[in-house]
Design a protein around this ligand. Sequence first.
Ligand code: UT7
Length: 341
Amino acid sequence: MDNNPGVLRASGIWGVGSSVPERVLTNADLEQMVDTSDEWIQSRTGIQRRRIAAEDQAASDLALEASRIALDRAGVSAEELDLVIVATVTPDMAFPATACIVADRLGNNSAAAFDLEAGCTGFVYALTVGSQMIATGAFNRVLVVGSEILSCITDWEDRASCVLFGDAAGAAVLGPALPGTGILSHVLGSDGSGGDVLYMPAGGSRLPATEETVASRQHFLKMKGGEVFKFAVRAMARSASEAAARAGLEPSDIDCYIPHQANNRIITASASRLGIPLEKVVMNIHEYGNTSSASIPLALAEAWENGRIEPGDHVLLVGFGAGLTWGATVMKWMSDEERVL
Ligand code: UT7
């Protein structure tokens, strides 16, 4: 590989893909499970339905499907990958990393592979790490995936959170780009003092699994929704405008705004703070709910499939999540001719 120390390379997305499980859980279904209503869920969140994995489906299964699509569209073979990063809060198991499982199942047994956990901001974090690895010349073809089976950590007796989440995966293949194209800027940050507004108490070294932790429902996600909401609007607007500025752009220069799909009110409030009109905002939360680190690449893949992203467009991805974390990136969508082989 041509490794030129001190000279940073541009990098960009060569191909995107996504995957969702078949089973659909509607708001009407939830009305049968907890004390809620379709009207409450739609008016407070915008969600109409979400996908739920089959019992034998794990994060690597959805990741694999999304990755195969992204690789095919990128024209990159699995053997060419030299780095695989999977962002997830619901890995197949604590270890080995889901990224190693995905790489193996793709047929690659040599690429570097690791999981990255940054809550719902995981994909933006992973994209940043992957693109920086290409920038330095350390790696040439990077697969970045966000994959979640949130249904397995959702407390289906807690109406305040169970109506929000769904399962999905999204993937992107990164490669070198002509200067001035591809990924133009990043913003990442965290504030651990907000760790208690969104977390899963048990199953780690602080509170290992016991009969008691299972009985007291400590292996499910806990959330203070109102606090997350307030943080989210501020964090998204701030990091998105900073990422635009670092790319030398105004928010009004953004052609396609792809925020983490957590709540339609959070999305529209952040877009309005940025002055980005709704026709430039990608929203699919009504269809899939909040799929954590899969939500941004899922929305990105759908936007690309629907012809909403053209080469030359400025695309802004922005997320927030458990940690608390936040992150944004701006890219100039690449044409095939702008790939550097
Ligand atoms: O990826 C990050 C993950 N999390 C988030 O992004 C969550 C961000 N937060 C939110 O999206 C919103 O805060 C929620 C959708 C979770 C809640 O909306 P809200 O407008 O903040 O409602 P609230 O929590 O203030 O609750 C209002 C009322 C309460 O009843 P009272 O106390 O006013 O009588 C809740 O008990 O709505 C009640 N409620 C429900 N009612 C019917 C809470 N959940 C439900 C429900 N169905 N599912």
